[in-house]
Design a binder for this molecule. Structure first.
Ligand SMILES: Cc1cc2nc3c(=O)[nH]c(=O)nc-3n(C[C@H](O)[C@H](O)[C@H](O)COP(=O)(O)OP(=O)(O)OC[C@H]3O[C@@H](n4cnc5c(N)ncnc54)[C@H](O)[C@@H]3O)c2cc1C
Length: 260
């Protein structure tokens, strides 16, 4: 059940005051996807440049953390997909933020988990919030009209895993893109706990991303010398994929969100 919050104001305790040394990021929209997943849109007080796939550094008071950017550079707001870590330092405080609330954002985006322009095939493995960099890359590519030139067309194969259907936050958008641009976007959402009642009605792929990825690499007939594999999100998924694919000669890049 998605809850869109529109109430104004900032949970006003001193430790939530954004660091004045940095630009501010004002929360303009918040969608609660589940109890521990939310999508927020932020308006940055200064021009904020980034490449699709990069991350920004958000903060409240002295606490700062990295967040991959879902939105593409052409979009007006920074879109971030956040998972609540109940014992974490920052995310429980972010959960108190309401529309109009302020965070700080470091002025420069960072990261090298960006699209390899030399490759035509982009095989993207992600779990839950780890979808963010892929979303940004696909949105920007389609916005730029890169798919309209037939010679240099690039294809995005997006494997998107979660335990539960309601955690697949961008499934509707990706399904629509895959239907509208079938030669550019191939979308494979997968559920790892298909027998649980929360997943009733699921008819798509089942199993963790890392257990089905190789099957899809084969199904899509991807050429090793023209394919980049991107793995982002759960460290276990990344580790497993790296162990399986790197020795096989796949060109592999990763972005880990936390250390187990
Ligand atoms: C490059 C990069 C990009 C990132 N992008 C995103 C993003 O788009 N969305 C997002 O939600 N997070 C993202 N993260 C993780 C984010 O930076 C924070 O680590 C996370 O939000 C937890 O912060 P916290 O202060 O609440 O918890 P912390 O106090 O930092 O962590 C408490 C403990 O929880 C562990 N932990 C952190 N995150 C998780 C998790 N998701 N699941 C289980 N354990 C965890 C930590 O390793 C630590 O042991 C990214 C991290 C990196 C390095």
């Amino acid at each position: 059940m998605v809850e869109v919050r529109t109430d104004a104001g900032q949970a006003g305790t001193p430790e939530l005051t954004p660091n004045p040394a940095f630009p501010t990021a004002r929360l303009v929209e918040r969608r609660d996807m589940t109890e521990d997943l939310m999508v927020i849109k932020l308006e940055v007080s200064e021009k904020f440049d980034f490449k699709p796939g990069q991350y920004c550094t958000l903060g409240l008071g002295k606490i700062e953390r990295a967040y991959s950017i879902v939105s593409a550079p052409y979009e007006k707001y920074l879109e971030i997909f956040v998972e609540l870590v109940p014992d974490g330092e920052l995310t429980p405080k972010m959960w108190d933020l309401k529309t109009g609330g302020l965070m700080s954002v470091r002025p420069r985006a960072k990261g090298i988990f960006t699209k390899d322009k030399k490759m035509h095939h982009h095989f993207m493995l992600s779990t839950v919030t780890g979808l963010a960099p892929s979303m940004s890359m696909v949105r920007q590519y389609l916005h730029d009209g890169g798919h309209e030139g037939s010679e240099e067309k690039q294809v995005f194969y997006i494997m998107y895993g979660a335990s539960y259907i309601d955690e697949l936050t961008y499934d509707v958008e990706l399904q629509e893109l895959a239907e509208k641009h079938p030669d550019v976007v191939k979308f494979v959402p997968t559920i790892s706990r298909p027998t649980e009642s929360r997943n009733d009605g699921w008819t798509g792929a089942t199993g963790r991303v890392n257990t089905i990825a190789e099957e899809y690499l084969e199904k899509f007939s991807l050429p090793k010398d023209d394919t980049k594999v991107y793995a982002c999100g759960h460290p276990g998924m990344i580790e497993d994929m790296k162990e399986k694919l790197s020795p096989e000669g796949w060109n592999f890049i990763e972005e880990r969100f936390w250390k187990p």
